[in-house]
Design a protein around this ligand. Sequence first.
Ligand SMILES: O=C(O)CCC(=O)C(=O)O
Ligand SMILES: [Fe+2]
Length: 321
Amino acid sequence: MGSETVSQIIPVVDLSDQNMKPGTDTWVSACNVVKTSLEDYGCFVAHYDKIGKELCDNVIFGIEEFFKLPLETKAQKISDRPFHGYSGQLLTLPLYESLDIQDPLTMLGCQIFTQIIWPQGNNRFCESFNEYSKLLGELDHIAKRMVFESYGVDTKICESLIESSNYLIRCLKYRTREMDENDLGLTPHSDLTIISVVHQLNNLNGLQIKLKNGEWTEVEASPSSFVVLAGDAFTIWSNGRIRACEHRVIMNATKTRYAAALFSFASKIMEIPEELVNEEHPLRYKPTFDHYDYLRFFQKEKMKEPISRMEVYCGINFKPK
Ligand SMILES: O=C(O)CCC(=O)C(=O)O
Ligand SMILES: [Fe+2]
């Protein structure tokens, strides 16, 4: 693995700016930074001040409350969709535990989950997760709108993608390591999503991004910093212009680290826009993309390497050996 750089090099875009309205100069210049940053790094940092301390504290309290439950309660089957419920106790990743909650942007999604885990009810959990997820969802929506606009793709297609996306929120807990354990919190990977919005919830660094030159760079945690990462589906949709962001978690903190990630998936077929295909950028993938079929392909083939995974699934020039 490459060496680590010291200062944060991932561009920051202020999305809490009151002037951040489509059509304004601030919006247009932010769109450019977002697009360029997604092309160069596969991510950008959104500065966003709408999530207050009380809400973060409630979310952390809820995550702690969940992970403290007995294993048989945590490990219950929550949904039939890919990625749901508890994951942890992994021999290769002893520091890591996670929980995936489906449809957290709707109160119903939060209620279904809460009802399974706490049949006696847990309003605080349900309400704070719904409120928090909706705010992360705003960032997902703004990022998608900015990308579509900067590539000149019809905003109606973007609204329809947002409207028909499925969301899940992943809550992550990394315990501190013991003397003989290594510092790997989460292995290098790219997400299978369109976009993932990651929040280092209790202000502890750990998330690292792989640069084009192979080096890893940290993203500084702060209560108002959210890392917007492109997943494989955004790379395919963009005809390979946007990089699927390779990232990992290194756990050097001396306290338990909490993070949350809002993942978005397309429930309808996505099409590579004609605006993104030209002589300089010939079509790289099959023009239509079924996200859930891609998730099933991943679950079957378990291919970890993102570039070859996308090539094998839908690359136009891919030739099986
Ligand atoms: O813990 C983090 O900061 C990132 C987690 C992550 O990358 C994931 O769950 O896919
Ligand atoms: Fe990830």
